[in-house]
Write a protein that binds this ligand. Sequence first.
Ligand SMILES: *Cc1c(COP(=O)(O)O)cnc(C)c1O
Length: 950
Amino acid sequence: MKTDAFALRHIGPRETDLQHMLQTIGVESIEQLVYETLPDDIRLKAPLNLDPAMTEYEFSNHILQLGNKNKLFKTYIGLGYNQAIVPAVIQRNVFENPGWYTAYTPYQAEIAQGRLEAILNFQTTVIELTGMEIANASLLDEGTAAAEAMALLLDVRSRDQKKNNVNKFFVSEEILPQTLSVLQTRATPIGVELVIGNHETFDFSTEFFGAILQYPGKYGQVYDYTSFIEKAAANEIKVAVAADILSLAKLTPPGEMGAAVVVGTTQRFGIPLGYGGPHAAYFATKDEYKRSMPGRIIGVTVDTNGNRALRMALQTREQHIKRDKATSNICTAQVLLSVMAGMYAVYHGPKGLQYIANKVHAAAATLANELKTLGIEQVNSAFFDTILVKADAKKVKAVAEANEVNFYYVDENTISISLNETTSVSDVNDIITIFAEALSLQPSTVSDFTETNHYPENLNRTSAFLAHDVFNKYHSETALMRYIKMLERKDLALNHSMISLGSCTMKLNAAAEMLPLSNPNWNNIHPFAPLDQAQGYQEMLKKLEQQLNVITGFAGTTLQPNSGAQGEYAGLMVIRAYHQSRGDDHRNIALIPSSAHGTNPASAAMAGMKVVVTKTLENGNIDVEDLREKAILHKDNLSCLMVTYPSTHGVFESAIKEITQLIHDNGGQVYMDGANMNAQVGLTNPATIGADVCHLNLHKTFAIPHGGGGPGVGPICVAPQLVPFLPGNPVIPTGGETAITAISAAPWGSALVCLISYGYISMLGADGLKSCTEHAILNANYIKEKLNGHYDTLYSGEMGRAAHEMILECRPFKQKGIEVTDIAKRLMDYGFHAPTVSFPVAGTLMIEPTESENLEELDRFCDAMISIRKEIEAATIEDSNNVLKNSPHTLAMLTTETWEFPYTREQAAFPLEYIAENKFWPSVRRADDAFGDRNLICSCAPIEAYMEEN
Ligand SMILES: *Cc1c(COP(=O)(O)O)cnc(C)c1O
């Protein structure tokens, strides 16, 4: 046996545990278990055709060499991406720390107070820099955030009688090219007509419901939008502004100009370029629009004792919960990156941010002055960090590239240069030398940056920001390190215990997969760098696409979508383009089973499709007869079926091939939601079951960490007929031959984290991947059998097996006054994060252990569940003063002078023996959602509160 095989590190159960586990389940072998789980007619006959598995050591050498093929030029391309300095203290204590990156979305607030506070800091930073009233916890990138702004303005339009039938949206020609492309993609299916033009000549016609502007413009020109927004308001046109977050430390924020929405990226707040992502986009708006807002919002509330507690606010407002009434499908966002950007603001504070903004501006101003001295024209009359220079682009490019420098070449005679936080005096001198050499001029040098502002006085920011304590007391490394640690201690992540979230697949995020992310050869490449400077990336991404093609059985893959939901949207838009290419523009019906994840109907609605819901049988399977009826009824207009496989109920439906055939027979395409791919890899695949396109959640099945709610990558893999329509990018050509416009801003989405999935697949190889799937099924069925007799499992396959996850019935406990939430909260006392609560069936728990958990952990979890079951048995509906209803128990409760509960302190906090060794203390009692929603606060205390104190 090769004891250095990565599979042995990734997969939890040991060889020596197998016999016991199989015996518990009641099978002879893993083969028998798989036979009893998967329908035979969909089993793959041959192993996946992948390269032999690498060891961790081999992979680290391989990725180092591949990284050397990426060339680290000094890059001044800008266009929404700027090199930033990642403070080492944040890199080490957040970015490279599993306590942060392996956490789940903070649905269980009591064990997530740390990242909730970190995100609140992010929201506060955004609110105050933009001058807006409310901000969310992040979106996927600036392009999609701009599209969400358009969707919000369209949504609030309908409240306005006069604007009800108006569908035009003005887009300034100063918008970033990739943002424009994403807007184009998103506008058409929802009936919005984009009108692109010059904002200075815009006629404010009443046919418009909204507009979007870029601040500063794409090549750096700074405009005062005050009068535009005023005139727009007079004509009831609401204005969104895409703004550079760093510039807002110096420039008048759009909120003070009257903007309705402000969006942008926070990449330059200490997030690596990563060849396009992941980065956290921000979205800020007015309080009156909060219910139309996309994404999640962190809010302040109180716990059972009246102490301050944070939690996700207005969850019933979360868009995808509204299904086909949703205006956005966002689920996974960019939490880890928003935590980092928020920490950047905490670390630098208002003075530090101003210093950085001043320095960047001074660098640009110095360069502009010096080029002018050389006789080179600079055309931006007002700018922040980007200057636009008139010079022979061809000549400059040749010299620049020889000196390993990238500018952005707008046309033959125009060059855009964006400076950034890293730009030094010597960098500016290098740029001057390049221009002098290219244009045969006498070079000069500067010895320091000038300090004069190159924009009108009235655009100088005068309002204060980030006056709160948190942004003003962690400016030494010791202080910040301890603050980060204090927050981390409040959060339960995978480095503490199993997080058995059904559908979400919280598996190991191996260190060997994560390490390359810290290497500048990977994390410091601009997404629009010339391809010949990104050969390492190009090889890696192509290889990953091929690997995913092999795994899914499909012909083509795009890595562009930044989340599963965005993958759904991409897949549906590709299906739409396919139908249109055949003259079938009218095919717009999406059949979706009632058990589908909320993002499915939300994505369909965004893709302009009409959702027809199909029935689910008593046993959880698709009602094939109902489906047949509806497929035939709608056969002339059928676009597609969206189906999750194995089903959201954790079952491999044996009728799946019949189902996909039925859809094809009626002219539709089959979209497979790949969230449950962890039960398929190496055993079957979407192509085999008859699907045409699927998304994969690389942050579920393929080991990218959840990061507390993002980053994610949601590639789609497609059958040959759909390959030509895979999405493109307006700056760097990519995608199919007749590509649809962009789904995400960056050509390859969040390329940096694709390294993780690439490492995962490369180190496991065909056998390892298959073994992962088998062990995922083994672990799930082991839990199912261990809990048998204590909890009922809702659905099973025809031979009584679960797939990789199972649903536990908890509704009968209501007779004892116990809700499923009580079990979720009580699990915290046992040191566990709850499984998925109330999805896909309300009042149940869905457990997915994954292959990475070992037998000891599975046993501890089962012991906890069985112990809780006994507590439920002892509970009565008459008396809610019990150990379940009062859970979770905090250290503060346990150490009070008098103990007033009808059970012991030990029963409260140490109900089982294993807990003492590894106790996790929830930092607050139950967070009160209703109170928080009634009194919505989504930033640190308002500035005035601090001003009054001081
Ligand atoms: C997670 C999930 C999604 C959405 O994926 P995101 O990456 O969060 O956007 C869609 N469908 C199912 C079944 C899922 O489990």
